[in-house]
Design a protein around this ligand. Sequence first.
Ligand SMILES: *Cc1c(COP(=O)(O)O)cnc(C)c1O
Length: 382
Amino acid sequence: MQQFLNSLLQQRKQDNLYRIRQTHSSIQSPILSINGQAYLSFSSNDYLGLASDNRLKIAWQDGAEKYGIGSGASHLITGHTLAHQALEHELALYTKRERTLLFSTGYMANLGVVTALLGRHDSVFLDRLNHASLVDAAKLSLAKMYRYSDMQTLEYLLAKSTSNHKLIITDGVFSMDGKIANLPKIVELAKVYNAWVMVDDAHGLGVIGETGRGTVELYNFGVTEVPILMGTLGKSFGVFGAFIAGSKLLIETLIQLARSYIYTTALPPALIESVRKSLAIIIEESWRQKQLQGLISYFREQAVSLPLMESCTPIQPIILGDSITALTVSKELYKRGIMVTAIRPPTVPKGTARLRITLSTLHTKEQVDRLITALMEIIPNH
Ligand SMILES: *Cc1c(COP(=O)(O)O)cnc(C)c1O
């Protein structure tokens, strides 16, 4: 086996796809401490700057006083507390859906809902850019999987499908592009071809839409248009975990059938209390979202001569093409004390390796200026 593993890893290195973990020793914030050095980071999903908020910390501590540390069991045994119950209720109000169900991670929420709803006689339609967890969910469901890269293809695939059930799944905001999905067209096609729609809004929730309720708010889509909504609690919410929002019937079905819900330990109640605080802050402090929007506009104005993508979200990738260039630029930035992750295949399609810049409410304009100045120097013939 050692030999096999060595050759696997050797190949990754040759392809410039070898990944390493950057260890830091600070709170999650725009400044990370690595080996005692301060780095300016543009690589977190903590869009609203809540991951290091003191009020969340206090809520966590109070939660620990009240409930202890571990939840001790799965939700269907003795792991479901009043804290979980309250958060599910509050998230239902927030997403304007009848009910929600907490999952330990977004990955598990996606696996749980797709495998609960689909089987081998069904079909699932995924955008080519969808998050890996959705692809894995589709595979695990045993449904026929179709990938589309534009709306014409989606329509063609839907039209010729004769499956019992059809489910279209899209990211709300594509995690590596920052683009917002064409939900109006997807919803229209779903209606025509009698398909269901699921939106994974991991990167939209808290950020997109008039009050930050995500891509479904942007298009004013309720449970009729988007019956299955997935949200994560580790990005804008700054904590950890995920949920599915939908009708009472959908949630009740998931409680009975979603294996990644049933067969796992419930999230620690103290963590849940921290998420509840986070949700209250997101609702109360709408300036966080506004300030972030301002920073996104500022970044795009200043970086106009760089190869930006069409993105109005905090995800602002710079496409560099091959993996080596992306890695080189990322390393050069690092030498200058700036952290931006190079994203390479298979996370993104071949030939589209990129820097994935993410902005947070906590970044200052001066920090954005510093990034752009460095990018202008490093990126060849921009
Ligand atoms: C992060 C992410 C997930 C996974 O969520 P976790 O809670 O981190 O497991 C799922 N879908 C998308 C689009 C994501 O960006």
